[in-house]
Design a protein around this ligand. Structure first.
Ligand code: ATP
Ligand code: MG
Length: 169
């Protein structure tokens, strides 16, 4: 199964992200992320055998997390992959610590993951064209109270993400 760790929004934050996604979609076109799939990827494991999932969960269970506030105040667009996203001007130190703690725990348990540096963002749409100007959008305040292990399920209409398990700060 395909797995990744993520920050998973509550319904209020999800609704605000979906609003940003609609605003950017009006400018960029492309494929908007389904609101129920919106997230921040912390570590991407990719394919994991069923028999190894318990080890993944054990590693995550040992990670210390402190609650934090993530303010998404920056809509943006990356030309290289045609993605429009929501990001923070400042990554809270608690989030940076969570990512390094989590990735460190995975490495220590010899669980493979993509080691590309963490870039804090929510993908709002894919295959969009570059907007003439990035709109101003009301900042989204996200109280980070935990993180989740998410399974990516491939369906004919695209991927659907399901939280398998979550851990609280
Ligand atoms: P699909 O690959 O089916 O088109 P998807 O990219 O939305 O759909 P996944 O590939 O399962 O779904 O990715 C889940 C999440 O992990 C997404 O946020 C995606 O951007 C991120 N991700 C995917 N591959 C990697 C990777 N190699 N390194 C880091 N993050 C990744
Ligand atoms: Mg993918």
């Amino acid at each position: 199964m395909r797995l990744f760790f993520a920050l998973w929004p509550d319904d209020a934050v999800r609704a605000e992200l979906a609003r940003w996604s609609r605003e950017l979609h009006a400018l960029c076109g492309g494929r908007a992320t389904h609101p129920e799939n919106l997230h921040v990827t912390l570590a991407f494991l990719g394919s994991v055998e069923e028999a190894h999932v318990a080890e993944v969960e054990r590693a995550a269970g040992g990670v210390a997390m402190q609650a934090a506030s993530l303010v998404l105040d920056r809509p943006g667009y990356w030309k290289h992959n045609r993605i429009a996203w929501a990001g923070p001007s400042l990554v809270p130190p608690e989030l940076a610590a969570l990512v390094s703690g989590l990735r460190g725990a995975l490495a220590k348990s010899r669980i493979a993951f993509d080691t590309k540096p963490f870039v804090s963002h929510v993908t709002l749409l894919r295959d969009g064209r570059e907007p003439r100007a990035i709109p101003e959008l009301a900042p989204i305040e996200w109280r980070l109270a935990g993180f989740a292990l998410v399974q990516s399920v491939t369906l004919p209409r695209g991927s659907r993400y399901e939280v398998r398990r979550s851990w609280s700060a």
